[in-house]
Design a protein around this ligand. Structure first.
Ligand code: 13P
Length: 252
């Protein structure tokens, strides 16, 4: 386990947060002491309206700021869309792509997600590619097949472990308070690790694989201890500094 990738705990604020919410980010920055910094990377992905202000609020703290989605193109006639280059300009260091809420609400295909991952890297940012099965797919025994297909279709094989993070987020665990057992998480993460080795070669071993779905301070230590779990992608519990830092504390 010596060459485990350096862990990352990332917060996805989704469509939550006003300028007044940046106080929580300030509190996170205060609590992110040098001992914790040495053990775990932290990233907050606020809504697009707050990316620039968040990058200023987090400056010097070691907490990175990311975006939640991007358009695949650099610029052009795409009303309402935002490019990876725009997020880089606003101070982002990473972009979440292919979140299940985007796949479901906006019909994003694996090919679209792959194009967005490439766009993030084109702009010099880390692509956080999300995969995960629905409840019906898990009940139908299709979990590994679904996740494998999403990885094959969504991950550009030319990326390196420094440019890519994969987040396993079972759709049925998001915002429900339900989590898979540690054994189930271990099975899927080992499968993702193997698939990354197939897709990226030896560098696949260095890709951080995050678990996401109802992570909270009370279950973080157990989930983060699972082999091939290199951190967490946190939704609801990333909105409050006390909860988010309580999750990061699993790495103290
Ligand atoms: P919750 O932590 O609220 O379940 O959300 C997980 C998630 O979707 C993070 O991207």
């Amino acid at each position: 386990m010596n060459n485990r990738p350096h862990p990352l705990v990332a917060g996805n604020w989704k469509m939550n947060g006003l300028r007044s919410s940046l106080g929580e980010l300030g509190a996170m920055a205060q609590a992110y002491d040098s001992a914790l910094r040495a053990k775990v990377d932290l990233l907050i992905c606020p809504p697009a309206t707050l990316v620039h202000a968040a990058s200023i609020a987090a400056a010097g703290s070691g907490i990175g700021v990311g975006a939640q989605d991007c358009h695949a193109h650099v610029s052009g006639a795409h009303t309402g869309d935002l490019s990876a280059e725009m997020f880089a300009d606003a101070g982002a260091s990473a972009i979440i792509v292919g979140h299940s809420e985007r796949r479901a609400d906006h019909g994003e295909s694996d090919a679209a997600v792959r194009a967005k991952a490439l766009a993030a890297v084109r702009a010099g940012l880390v692509a956080i590619v999300c995969v995960g099965e629905t409840e019906a797919q898990r009940r139908g025994g299709q979990t590994l097949g679904v996740v494998g297909n999403q990885l094959d279709g969504s991950i550009p094989t030319e990326l390196t472990s420094a440019q890519l993070v994969v987040a396993y987020e079972p759709v049925w665990a998001i915002g429900t308070g339900l989590t898979p057992t540690a054994a189930d998480v271990a099975e899927v993460h080992a499968f993702i690790r193997e698939r990354l080795a197939f897709l990226l070669g030896a560098d696949g071993a260095g890709v951080r694989i995050l678990y996401g779905g109802s992570v909270k301070p009370s279950n973080a230590a157990e989930l983060m201890a699972v082999p091939n779990v290199d951190g967490a992608l946190v939704g609801g519990a990333s909105l409050k500094a006390v909860d988010f830092m309580g999750i990061a504390a699993a790495y103290r």
